[in-house]
Design a protein around this ligand. Structure first.
Ligand code: S3P
Length: 450
């Protein structure tokens, strides 16, 4: 089912080259954090370039339920009147985070050190995802959670009225878990410490520093040790959200596999904790260049130029790179299908607990299109069929997962027979302008006849 009710199937078919400029929306991770930290500062935070996707809008609504004022001024411009650290009030109803794991996990962190109860729910995808990974460390602060079996949503979190700070080593590479602990630490006295063995996206740390919190990151033999001094006074900010590399991945990869294409994707955030896909594509032999590299708002940024790349080869993606491209494996598997040779993707167990089991979803979709995929609990492998070598001609299930839906459609732009996704509705969670943007580049996307 789409986010808006009835499923909305969409078909992609091979056509002419893709060309032009693809202006993708704001970064989803940074947009969630801008609303959350804006709501925890005293005074008005102004945001430009906010992603107006459903996931982020749901977080904005949650901020209002917790007492902040959130106002949209059109075209990605928003303002947030924050309530200050520790200033959230008990919400009057259930907080519905829709499809968003990031939204619910960060919010749980933010309320865990407030002395009231919050009940969270979400769609069928979110209600199937593990929340123990967040509620366990939040218990160290004194918060208690009661959820369905396996700690799943709907879930009520009773925040600690008298929180203590925590020290926590994340057992899996997860920026959501790290961020939940740091956000809880904001309203605990003393030092909260998170240790992560592998670096995950560091937007929370960067933005906390921008809002004036004392947060320090140290590289040690244990991994990255992040220390936050609790109960800071957060100062409101002007935040320009960079464009999302995870959304840029779709027009970039489409250009690489559609014959004759040449696409420019300007102003993309290239934080090293996010840019693993582009590095991998270049290792595969993709014609992908970074033009005018520069720094904006504390984040590295460049214009990406992608051209049709008929000579890509499969590679082994190093497992230590997985965290920096965790959302990009589905679209990488599509590029791998059009490369020569095998692409190995070890160290990817986390893909099984995203909006859906993304290894299984892509194995099914690629398999239905005539591509060999092998998989194990924490690895998968795609055997490429070379440019023009993929049959297509199938319908694949989106499974309430925006990135699966977009990956299937990019696949269909280069297969011999069209590909249909059973529901393109979830795309609105992260990339609401995907369809007009892609058709503007020349992509053939159409609603199948009923
Ligand atoms: C995100 C972290 C990642 C990623 C998600 C966004 C974030 O999840 O998959 O889309 O904004 O912190 P995990 O923390 O589960 O790896």
């Amino acid at each position: 089912m789409s986010a808006h009710g009835a499923p909305a199937p969409l078909t992609a078919r091979r056509g002419g080259p893709l060309s032009g400029i693809a202006e993708v929306p704001g970064d989803k991770s940074i947009s969630h954090r801008a609303l959350l930290l804006g709501a925890m500062a005293v005074g008005e935070t102004r945001i430009t370039g906010l992603l107006e996707g459903q996931d982020v809008l749901d977080t904005g609504r949650a901020m209002v339920a917790l007492g902040a004022e959130v106002t949209g001024h059109g075209a990605g411009r928003w303002s947030v009147h924050g309530v200050g650290t520790g200033g959230f009030r008990e919400p009057g109803g259930v907080i519905d985070c829709g499809n968003s794991g990031t939204g619910v996990r960060l919010l749980m962190g933010a309320v865990a050190t407030h002395g009231f109860a919050t009940t969270f729910t979400g769609d069928a995808s979110l209600c199937s995802r593990p929340m123990g990974r967040v509620t366990e460390p939040l218990a160290l602060f004194g918060a208690r959670a009661v959820g369905r079996s396996g700690g799943r949503l709907p879930l009520t979190l009773v925040g600690a009225a008298d929180p203590v700070p925590a020290r926590y080593a994340t057992p899996m590479p997860s920026a959501q878990v790290k961020s939940a602990v740091l956000l809880a630490g904001l309203n605990a006295p003393g030092e909260t410490v998170v240790i992560e063995r592998e670096a995950t996206r560091d937007h929370t740390e960067r933005m906390l520093a921008g809002f004036g919190a004392a947060v320090a990151t140290e590289a040690t033999a244990e991994g990255r040790v992040i220390t936050l001094q609790g109960q800071p006074e957060l100062r409101p900010q002007e935040i320009a959200v960079p464009r999302d590399p995870s959304s840029a991945a779709f027009p970039v990869c489409a250009a690489l596999v559609v014959e004759g294409s040449d696409v420019l994707v300007p102003n993309i955030g290239l934080n090293p904790t996010r840019a693993g896909l582009f590095e991998t594509l270049r290792e595969m032999g993709a014609d992908l260049t970074y033009e005018s590299p520069r720094e904006e708002g504390g984040e590295p940024v460049a214009d990406l130029r992608a051209r049709f790349s008929p000579e890509m080869r499969g590679v082994r993606v190093p497992p230590e790179r997985a965290a920096s491209m965790i959302d990009e494996y589905p679209i990488l598997s599509v590029v791998a299908a059009f490369a020569e040779g095998v692409t190995d993707m070890p160290g990817t167990a986390e893909l099984r607990v995203k909006e859906c089991d993304r290894i299984d979803a892509m194995a099914q979709a690629l398999g239905a299109a005539g591509v060999d995929v092998a998989e194990g609990p924490d690895w998968w492998r795609v055997t490429g069929r070379g440019p023009g070598g993929v049959r297509g001609g199938a319908t694949a299930a989106a499974r309430l997962d925006h990135r699966i839906a977009m990956s299937v459609l990019v696949l269909g732009l280069a297969t011999r027979e069209p590909m249909t996704v059973d529901d393109a509705g979830p795309i609105s969670t992260s990339f609401p302008i995907f369809e007009p943007l892609m058709t503007g580049l020349g992509a053939q996307l159409e609603r199948p006849a009923p």
